[in-house]
Design a protein around this ligand. Sequence first.
Ligand code: ARG
Length: 275
Amino acid sequence: MPPRILMCPPDHYGIEYEINPWMNRSLGAVRELAFRQWRHLRDTLVGLGVQVETMTPRPGLPDLVFTANAGLVFHSTFLSSRFKHEVRARESPHFDAWFAGHGFAVEHLPENMFHEGAGDALFCGDTLFAGYRTRSDATAHNWVGQKLGVRVLPLELVNTRFYHLDTCFCPLAPGEAIYFPGAFDAYGQRVLATHVPKLIPVVEDEAFKFGCNAVVVGKTVVHNSRCPELAASLTRAGYTSIEVELDEFLKAGGSAKCLTLRLDGEEAASWRGSV
Ligand code: ARG
């Protein structure tokens, strides 16, 4: 079975509100360039053998392109996100409809907690690493852990530029990940070091180019361009790194990983392949 990834074309993408420090309405996105970059990412993934599913873009939902935030996929269950911001919560009915129409059991979290899907919850082995504070709540992560019967390790995100866990942490395989230490406090760094034996740090300059926001397909890592040190570290670790320019999406606080949602389990998730 080929890897399957959900994406949404950027027909209606733009910077129409400001809900993270990267967004600035006066620095709007260039539609044609965004399209070219998005297609380049999609074609790169298709070239790696990925089956890319696409959702219908909707006017008035400029961030619908960031499918990583739709929810959390676990086997054939789709746990729909509870977005912190109303402007993004409006995306949920569209994501829910897509998943219901594609054979997933759509589940919802209780109303009084926030959870932004795969943007803040990433499996590394059989553990769910969970970012909280800016967008998702620690209580929501605990609820998810109980619901799915998996161990959750909550990590506080202390730098508002790295407001989702997938902006500063990317599992490569069970026991192996890249991360930006500066996005975590000393406790979070210790949790990561204890539970992920092979941790590859990303330098600050490249973390700010969203190098950690990478898509892993087998032993290939697709990430934003202008991250030469990351590319070198990945090569040393036995990976092939592919750089794709996605700076139009950086303007909204997103890059490669945010634009994708793995439907058959992330590469590092030990439950993958058991669907
Ligand atoms: N503008 C979007 C937001 O602030 C960007 C989402 C990026 N997604 C991600 N998984 N990090 O919600």
